[in-house]
Design a protein around this ligand. Structure first.
Ligand SMILES: Cc1cc2nc3c(=O)[nH]c(=O)nc-3n(C[C@H](O)[C@H](O)[C@H](O)COP(=O)(O)O)c2cc1C
Length: 82
């Protein structure tokens, strides 16, 4: 799953290079039968994550929200960088 997270991040960063916005959401795959039907995904493939990709509407109020971030030092132990 960590590997999938890395793939998701890489897709999001690549999309950004093309001026596209993204939103990672595993809620999307709760409705996997919908995705299977419209994206023609066979039952032997497991859906692990969804990423919406599109051109962001910068004027949409929700897109003006700047969310809080946990400081990096609060979730990281740095060794050998003294
Ligand atoms: C692995 C992953 C799964 C996520 N799944 C959902 C989800 O199912 N529903 C949701 O509302 N946000 C989900 N998020 C959060 C959104 O992608 C996004 O990070 C959130 O809207 C906060 O936006 P921000 O980047 O401005 O903080 C997920 C994020 C990650 C990294």
């Amino acid at each position: 799953m960590i590997g999938m997270g890395t793939v998701c991040q890489s897709i999001c960063l690549a999309a950004l290079e093309y001026g596209l916005g993204t939103c990672i959401a595993d809620q999307g795959i709760w409705y996997d039968q919908v995705w299977r039907k419209y994206a023609d995904i066979p039952e032997n493939k497991v859906l692990v994550e969804g990423i919406s990709i599109g051109y962001p509407d910068e004027n949409f109020p929700a897109n003006k929200l700047i969310s809080m971030r946990e400081p990096v030092d609060a979730i990281t132990i740095w060794l050998g960088f003294d």
